[in-house]
Each structure stands twice: as C-alpha cells, then as structure tokens.
Design a protein around this ligand. Structure first.
Ligand code: BES
Ligand code: ZN
Ligand code: ZN
Length: 461
C-alpha cells in the first residue's frame, strides 16, 4: 500500500508549496497538468516561517484524501518542498501521515467501504529509505491499532478481552507479558484499583508488558495508562449524554500499548514497562461509595469524594506497582482523566504536568516529532492543599476546583520522587469531527507517537 518510489508511472503526483502571492495557502489544493501530461495535486503549506511537522502530516493527509475523492488509485508523493524542514525525518513523517490518511475504522455492519490506494514516496537521495519506511509504518500501524481499541464498544472490550488482546499480540512480538487477576491484585494490596474494579461483574485485570531493549542499563521507564473500559461514573453517575463516549476511557491504555509495541517492533535500545490497570466503573452491589476510605498499595489512605474520579485511583496503585514491582526509574502516566482539560485546551492539545522540567523538555521534543501538542499546567503549592482530606492522607476530588491540575497532582503523590510526567488526553483522544486531516472520526490514537519518541530520545542520551 505504501512503498518507496522507484520510477513507476502513476496516475498522479502529490506536491507541496509554501505560500507565495495568491498560491499555497494552508491546506488549499489545486490540480495541474504538466507538459509531459502528468497530473499533479498541489497542497499549500501556508507561510514558510510557521511550518511545523504537524502541518506536514496534515498536508500529506489532505492531498491523499482529495485524491481519494477523485477516485484516484495511485500517486507518488514528492515531499521536496518540506525536505529542508523535516530533514532526515521526511520519509517517516510522509509515510505515517499517508498510512493514517488511508485508515478505515472498524465497523460492525455488512457493507465495508473498500478502496485500494497505492502510495509511492519519492525518497530523494536518502540512504536506506526502506528502513525509515518500515519503522514509520510500524509506528503508524500501532496508532491505528490504538484507534481500533479505543473505538471498540465496551461490550466488545471488557478488561478481560483487552488483556487477552494486548497480551496475545505482545507475546507474538516477543515481549514479556503478565496479566494479574483479582486474587493477585488483592494480594498486592492494590485496594484503590480494586475499589473501582469491583464495581463490575467484569473483573479488573492488571496488564503488564515488558520490553527489554537495553540490557546494559538498569534504567527503566514505566508507561502507565488508564484502562477504564467504560466509565458510567459509578454511584456518582454521569448524565446519559456523556456516558456513551466513555467506552474510550481506556485511551491511555491503548497509547502505552501502542508505544511499547512500536518500540519493540523497531528494536529501540530502551527498557520500558507498560502498566495498565484495566477495569470498568459501574454500579453494582460491590461498588465503592462516596465517603469510603481506601488503603492504597503505597499505604497512603484516600477518601473517596466522588466515584467518577476513578482514573486517579487506579493509576495511583499502578504507579506504585510500576516503581515497587517493576523497578521503574522514570514514570509517565497517560489518561483521559478530566473534563477540565477539554474545557481548558480543547481537542487539539493535551495537558501535561511534571516533577522534572528536563524530562518534560524531552517530551516536548518528542511531541513535535510525533505531530502532537501538549501544554504544561502549573503546579504551585496551593493546588496540593486542595486534595488534602480531613480524615485520610488524600481525597480523590479537589475542594476548590482546578480539576486537571489536582487530578495530576494526586497521581504525583504516588511517584516516590522519581522523574514523572502526567499527560491528560481527555480532549485529544477522541474527536468528532476530526480536527486534523490525518485523523478519523472517533478515536485518534493520541499519545502513541509521543511516548514512542520520548522513549527513543531518552535512549539516545
Ligand atoms: N473519564 C472521565 C474524564 C473525561 C471527561 C474523559 C470527558 C473524556 C472526556 C473521568 O473519569 C471523570 O469522570 N472525571 C471527572 C472528575 C470529577 C468527578 C472530579 C471530571 O473531570 O469531570
Ligand atoms: Zn469518571
Ligand atoms: Zn474516567
């Protein structure tokens, strides 16, 4: 479907241009015919000074979707105009954007739209373009797997099914996997995770996937992803309008799974462990209640102010597990955690919170490479006071608003002074209609590329 171009005749060529006079406006397209009879679709990149890798991805996807509308079957992509800015990443960026643009989300009805489109990428004088292409397609493939998992309805993706699906593929890819069930989770004392998990007849699972890419170091990054397969809110029940989308409340889990699979698939020299607490937040005889006090795995006690603030409860124990059982030396947690982050940053930008500015600096570079946007939230001391409880060490809701910051800081209380980054992707993980041309309606696969590049960049130091 996507190959390096080696001179084949194609119906169309896809080219790019920066803004000049009245041509090249951002995402504007026009068609041309050269004197040799080649049909060319040109996509505008806008002002040269404002170019970003994200724009490159958008432009490639825009061109491909315009060609698809014309029922074109094959095209060669000529990224020469962007080469000066993308440098060695050119093929990777083009291939990923093309792959994402060609994605067709899973459907559960008979008619499936089947359109075959062949993309050739002009490699210029790049050495070993096939390797770049293979790595890019591996990464893009994992973004799409993440999208499929997140889109899947809750009845088709219970914690057990998610654990089986992930563990099976990870094992096939040569990764170490472990799935802990109810009795093991109990034995570990993960009572904050259990409180949420026991609210459903579909039992919780702790999914652990280890990638050992560098035996020469004991450094290990933990990627901890929120795996709530459906979030009804529990006894603090959500209004029906906002419940349907909560099948996507495991987007953090899909992101860490996608990233670690892509790291393994491309042979990155890094040690990483994906830790995924998978559970449903529902109403049952055994559901936890507002006012309950939980003794977490760390020993810290938590007063439950709201059963709908379940993500931070399961992540707290998962972070403790990552440090104490997996020997994590750095932590990133990623979660569709708060409605507040959607209100603050919308659907294009995720929230970020950190205990380590240098680590966060690497994440920003990784995000740029991955075509994603993250924005730091402040962590002034007064915010921590908002999650103090009169009866326990912590409470799971803030006494004074600032939900995205306080939710992040709550998780930070379990990080035992390890370098830590918290990513709140509640806005970016799901978008209807799509915000960028390379997205599809629904799940976006948010976080996969950024986490992948973050781990790779740490390894290169
Ligand atoms: N899963 C939700 C957050 C969410 C909201 C994700 C919108 C995606 C889109 C989370 O568990 C939640 O319910 N958070 C509450 C917390 C509140 C009760 C303290 C929120 O942010 O409103
Ligand atoms: Zn919730
Ligand atoms: Zn939730």
């Amino acid at each position: 479907m996507i190959e390096i171009w080696n001179g084949q005749q194609t119906e169309w060529k896809l080219e790019f241009e920066f803004e000049q006079q009245d041509k090249g406006g951002q995402m504007e397209t026009r068609c041309e015919k050269t004197t040799q009879g080649q049909l060319v679709m040109v996509v505008g990149l806008g002002c040269e000074q404002e170019f970003t890798p994200l724009l490159a991805r958008r432009a490639v996807a825009k061109g491909i979707s315009e060609l698809k509308k014309l029922s074109v079957k094959s095209a060669v992509v000529e990224p020469a105009a962007m080469q000066a800015y993308l440098g060695a990443d050119t093929i990777s960026v083009v291939a990923q954007a093309a792959r994402l643009a060609l994605f067709q989300p899973e459907k559960w009805k008979k008619e499936q739209d089947e359109k075959i489109f062949q993309v050739y990428i002009s490699a210029g004088d790049k050495k070993d373009p096939a390797r770049d292409l293979a790595q890019a397609l591996k990464l893009a493939g994992m973004v799409l797997e993440a999208r499929n998992l997140v889109n899947r309805p809750a009845n088709m993706l219970t914690p057990e099914i998610m654990a089986q699906t992930m563990a099976e593929s990870a094992k096939k890819a040569g990764l170490e996997t472990e799935v802990l069930g109810l009795s093991q989770i109990k034995a570990l004392g993960m009572n904050a995770f259990l409180a949420v998990g026991c609210s459903s007849g579909n039992e919780p699972k702790l999914i652990v996937i280890r990638y050992n890419g560098n035996p020469e170091t004991s450094e290990r990054i933990a990627l901890v992803g929120k795996g709530i397969c459906c979030d009804t809110g529990g006894y603090c029940i959500k209004p029906s309008g906002s419940m349907g989308g909560m099948r996507g409340d495991m987007a953090g889990a899909a992101a860490v799974y996608g990233a670690i699979m892509a790291l393994a698939g491309t042979g990155a020299k890094v040690n990483a462990t994906a830790v995924i607490p998978a559970a449903e937040n529902r109403i049952s005889r055994d559901s936890f209640l507002p006012g309950d006090v939980l003794v977490s795995m760390s020993g810290k006690t938590i007063e439950v102010g709201n059963t709908d603030a379940e993500g931070r409860l399961i992540l707290a124990d998962a972070v403790t597990y990552a440090i104490r059982k997996e020997g994590a030396t750095r932590i990133v947690d990623i979660a569709t955690l708060t409605g507040g982050v959607v209100a603050a940053l919308g659907y294009t930008t995720a929230g970020m919170l950190t205990s380590d500015e240098e680590f966060a600096g690497v994440l920003q570079k990784a995000a740029q490479k991955g075509g994603e946007q993250y924005w730091p939230l402040p962590v002034f001391p007064e915010y921590k006071k908002m999650i103090q409880s009169p009866v326990a060490d912590l409470q799971n809701v803030s006494s004074d608003g600032c939900s995205s910051i306080t939710a992040g800081l709550f998780i930070g209380e379990f990080t035992e002074k390890k370098p830590w980054i918290h990513l709140d992707i509640a806005g970016t993980a799901w978008t209807v209609p799509p915000k960028w041309e390379f997205q599809s309606s629904g799940a976006t696969g948010a976080g996969v590329t950024t986490l992948y590049h973050l781990c790779r960049m740490l390894a290169e130091d």
